[in-house]
Design a protein around this ligand. Structure first.
Ligand code: SAH
Length: 376
């Protein structure tokens, strides 16, 4: 019996409308509907995306009269922090957020010397049911809206600008340089909201955050039609394919979506994504002791990738992070090393992913937004 997959999110009340849900012309319309001149939309956008201001008191270019109403109507509070945990001497920060309806999601901010990466959630929970992932085990609560996704990045940018995140080089600009859709959820199963978020992240300021698409990574279990659709959006973000096994028999178990789109189909879609966007694809592979870490699987993976050409892909093995109740553990370091070398010997660039935040359950696959976080 294949594990259950959930594509359709339960119907729930919609999160309040927010500026970040709207294109710049939709924002102008919304402001006009409130009886205000359209240029107020630009001012609000500048506060939100460029100055990273969320306190109406600081929006002094907006007339005091009606300011509160305008801000309430276009910048409603979408995320309320419930708990914040830090690791790596304060340079890794995991935040548990409560959404308007009580749903819980997490994001993780990681500051490095030359860059700042935020790992965001795109759904509350996840319907893809991968047995080694804590989020997958919790099931799908609901899809997130575009603004709920974007707000995680804006909140991260704000705390960075306020000097709340340790680490990094002194002279490095205080900007979020990278966004990875590797938090809770399967982003491509919430396609419309996620593409909206990609647009807001890359729209030039003040319409959006003005990030480079190159700094954004969309991670997926391999929803083939959605990968093809994304390739055609003209948004050259990096695609990461969560493969975890090169053979259908094992992948059916580890990544249940494989019962719908097989290894070969997922890899073909990844190769097409490269052809269309020119962005080298990442293959994610959590190394699980005695499950998927055998030399023959490394060889088979190398063979399958090379069969689709050279220079289009690299492999990111991730030592499995422990999750509650899971019987699996990370591979032995020697086995991990051999796996990497086998791929490199076939000419495939391979780098072990350094995962942060393991001690705060903030690493890949550990985000579960559990109530135990609330106690902290
Ligand atoms: N739904 C997306 C994003 C999920 S999280 C996807 O599946 O790609 C991002 C990555 O973390 C995925 O590659 C996922 O397979 C991996 N992951 C999940 N659980 C993990 C764990 N326990 N240890 C290491 N990586 C894990």
């Amino acid at each position: 019996m294949p594990a259950q997959l959930t594509f359709t999110a339960p119907r729930r009340a919609k999160p309040p409308r927010h500026l970040a849900d709207l294109t710049s012309s939709e924002r102008a319309d919304a402001v006009r509907e409130l009886g205000l001149p359209a240029f107020r939309a630009k001012q609000l956008s500048t506060h939100y995306f460029d100055r990273l201001v969320d306190d109406p008191q600081q929006m002094t270019d907006l007339p005091a009269e009606g300011r509160g109403e305008l801000v309430e109507s276009l910048l409603p509070r979408l995320l309320t922090p419930v708990s914040v945990r830090t690791a790596d001497s304060g340079s890794t920060v995991k935040t548990l957020w409560r959404l308007f309806d009580g749903a819980l999601v997490e994001s993780v901010l990681m500051r490095y010397p030359g860059r700042v990466t935020i790992c965001v959630s795109s759904q509350a929970g996840c319907g893809m049911n991968c047995p080694f992932c804590a989020t997958g085990q919790a099931g799908l609560t609901r899809n997130m809206s575009t603004a709920e996704i974007v707000e995680q990045v804006v909140a991260g940018a704000r705390s960075l600008a306020h000097g709340e995140i340790a680490g990094g080089a002194e002279d490095a600009p205080l900007r979020v340089s990278n966004v990875v859709f590797m938090g809770m959820g399967e982003g491509l199963a919430n396609y419309k909201a996620v593409v909206g978020a990609l647009r807001r992240l890359t729209d030039p300021t003040p319409d959006g955050l003005g990030m480079s698409a190159r700094g954004i990574t969309m991670s997926t279990v391999g929803l083939v039609p959605a990968i093809d659709k994304l390739a055609a959006e003209g948004l050259p973000v990096t695609l990461a394919l969560s493969l975890h096994a090169p053979d259908d028999e094992l992948r059916n178990e580890l990544v249940p979506i494989n019962t719908r789109w097989k290894v070969g189909e997922a890899l073909d879609a990844a190769r097409r994504y490269f052809d269309i966007t020119g962005r080298r694809v990442s293959i994610e592979y959590a190394l699980i002791r005695d499950m998927n870490d055998q030399a023959w699987r490394a060889d088979l993976l190398g063979k399958l990738l090379n069969a689709r050409g050279r220079g289009w892909v690299h492999v990111n093995p991730i030592p499995l992070n422990p999750t509650p109740g899971s019987k699996w553990t990370a591979s032995d370091p020697r086995v991990e090393h051999a796996f990497v070398e086998a791929l490199r010997a076939r000419g495939i660039p391979t780098t072990i992913r350094d995962t942060r935040g393991k001690d705060i359950d903030g690493a890949c696959g550990q985000l579960a937004a559990s109530e135990t976080d609330l106690a902290l």
